[in-house]
Every structure is written in structure tokens, then in C-alpha cells.
Design a protein around this ligand. Structure first.
Ligand code: HXC
Length: 256
């Protein structure tokens, strides 16, 4: 259980390492990722960052539902803000960040990938925002970044149905940049990172800044997302949705 940082010349590789829970994020792992991101971002000579998940099955299966289940609205707001800070750290890092999506990228996992500059997927990857099936909504920027990437209509359909998007569809709709056979994913991500690292580092950094001005994080929508996320933690539907996941059964929502 950890978030690991490894240096390979100018490339920093960050691995979320909690495969027994499909790399789901509890508070400790979120805080560890934030620390590793800051370390990588400030690292002497780091020119690109690759983020991936440990094991064969998952990039990140989302926020830890078992930890979230009993949160009060206030605690849920804090949890949304911590995840948003992680995504903002990725988006605000001086170096480009590449998500190497090696399996499930669901909920908060998809949101971490959305905050990266470039997304590469394995042919087994499945992305999605299944939060509404838990009685909540995406709280780490998914309501803001997914529509920017794939358009409002597609984002709404993906968020309102909670369905999973396979690698080929993700490529077709622009949710990922490329799809690679599972065994090639990390080498290809490292190769892409090394190609970026060989360019003028100040030029790349400033290009990221300039693009960020047009498409990067802005205040209002994110703050409102965190507030709406928190509100849902006062509902019976949130308790039912998360209880159903833990008990491995279908939820029965009442709209209360
Ligand atoms: C806690 C999780 C988890 C999660 C998986 N696990 N995802 N634990 N939180 N998000 C755990 C399971 O409980 C199980 O532990 C182990 O990982 C393996 O998962 P299984 O469910 O047994 O595997 P499988 O049947 O293959 O199904 C894989 C899966 C499913 C489809 C990915 O695990 C799943 O639906 N997970 C939840 C995905 C999700 O809803 N993510 C969004 C979360 S909300 P045990 O100990 O039982 O073996 C979110 C909000 C973000 O991310 C914003 C917050 C502010």
C-alpha cells in the first residue's frame, strides 16, 4: 500500500500501489499522491510525469467507497476538495503528465486521468464515471473536465448512465489519445514521455501554461461541484448506493 515515485532520467513514474483494492483512493493514498506529485514536479531535471496503477487490473477504481460511505456532508466536502487539489496539482505541474491507463479508470480514477495532459490506454482499459449509481456525483472535477474533452452531450450521457467506456470507444470520442496492447502500454508511455523530455523544456512548460489558460481549471464550477457532492451525503440515496456496493447488491433508490 503506497504511492511510488521512480526516476528514469528526465521521466518521473508515479505508481498508485494498492492493487488489492484495485488502487482505489482512500485519504492516505490521496495525500501520498499529492506529495509524490509535488516531489516529481519540483524534481531537478524532471521533464515529464507518467502516472499509472499497480497490477494488471486497474489504473484507479475511484475513491474508496468503504471510506466514503459514512462521511458527513462536511467531511465529504473536504474529501472532494482534497481530490480536486490532487487533480489541480497534475494540471498545474510544470511538466506534462501522461496517464497510462492499464485497466479500470472509474470515478475519481477517471478524474485523475482527465487532469493529465495526455491519456494512453491499454486495450483492456475501461473508463467511466459510475458515481450516480452510488447516489453521488463526480467530485474531483469530472463534471468540469469530461465535457471539455468529449463535449457536453457525450459527457452527460456517460455521467448520467454511469456506464463504462471501453478503450476503442474512448479513443473514438477523444477520451484517450491512443490505445496499446496491455504489455506495451508502459513502454509506450515512457517513450512518449522521453520524446517530450527531449524537446526544449522551457518551451514545453510554457506551451502547457498557454493551453491551460484556454482549457485549464477555473474556480466556480469546481467549487460548486464539491458543494453539490457534499450535499448528496445528507441523502438516503447516498447511503443506499454505497451500502449496496459494500453488500454487493443492486441499489434501490427512492429519490430521498
Ligand atoms: C473501495 C474498492 C473499490 C472502490 C474496488 N474495490 N473498487 N473498494 N472503493 N472504489 C475493492 C473491492 O471492494 C474488492 O475488495 C476489491 O477491490 C476487488 O474488487 P471487486 O469488486 O471484487 O472486483 P470485480 O468484481 O472484478 O469488479 C471490479 C469493479 C468493481 C467493476 C471495478 O470493483 C467496482 O465497481 N468498483 C467500484 C467502482 C466505482 O464505483 N468507482 C467510483 C467510486 S466513487 P474486497 O476486499 O471486497 O475483495 C468516486 C467518487 C470520486 O470515485 C469523487 C470523490 C469526491
Amino acid at each position: 500500500m503506497s504511492v511510488d515515485l521512480e526516476r528514469d532520467g528526465p521521466v518521473a513514474l508515479i505508481t498508485v500501489n494498492r492493487p488489492e483494492a484495485l488502487n482505489a483512493f482512500d485519504t492516505a493514498h490521496l495525500e501520498a499522491l499529492l506529495a509524490r506529485l509535488r516531489e516529481a514536479g519540483a524534481g531537478e531535471g524532471v521533464r515529464a510525469i507518467v502516472i499509472t496503477g499497480a497490477g494488471e487490473r486497474a489504473f484507479i477504481a475511484g475513491a474508496d467507497i468503504k471510506e466514503m460511505q459514512g462521511k458527513t456532508p462536511l467531511a465529504a466536502k473536504g474529501f472532494a476538495e482534497l481530490g480536486q487539489a490532487v487533480c489541480a496539482a497534475i494540471e498545474g505541474a510544470p511538466q506534462p503528465a501522461i496517464a497510462a491507463i492499464n485497466g479500470f479508470a472509474l470515478g475519481g480514477g477517471c478524474e485523475v486521468a482527465l487532469a493529465c495532459d495526455i491519456r494512453l490506454a491499454s486495450d483492456r482499459a475501461q473508463l467511466g464515471q459510475p458515481e450516480v449509481g452510488l447516489g453521488i456525483l463526480p467530485g474531483w472535477g469530472g463534471t468540469q473536465r469530461l465535457p471539455r474533452l468529449v463535449g457536453a452531450g457525450r459527457a452527460k450521457e456517460i455521467i448520467f448512465t454511469g456506464r463504462r467506456v471501453g478503450a476503442e470507444e474512448a479513443l473514438r470520442i477523444g477520451l484517450v489519445n491512443a490505445v496499446h496492447p496491455a504489455g506495451d502500454l508502459l513502454p509506450r508511455a515512457r517513450e512518449l514521455a522521453a520524446g517530450i523530455a527531449a524537446q526544449g523544456p522551457l518551451a514545453v512548460r510554457h506551451a502547457k501554461l498557454a493551453i491551460g489558460q484556454a482549457f485549464g481549471e477555473t474556480g466556480g464550477g469546481f467549487a460548486q461541484e464539491a458543494q453539490l457532492f457534499a450535499l448528496l451525503f445528507g441523502t438516503a440515496d447516498q447511503r443506499e448506493g454505497m451500502g449496496a456496493f459494500v453488500e454487493r447488491r443492486q441499489p434501490r433508490f427512492t429519490g430521498a
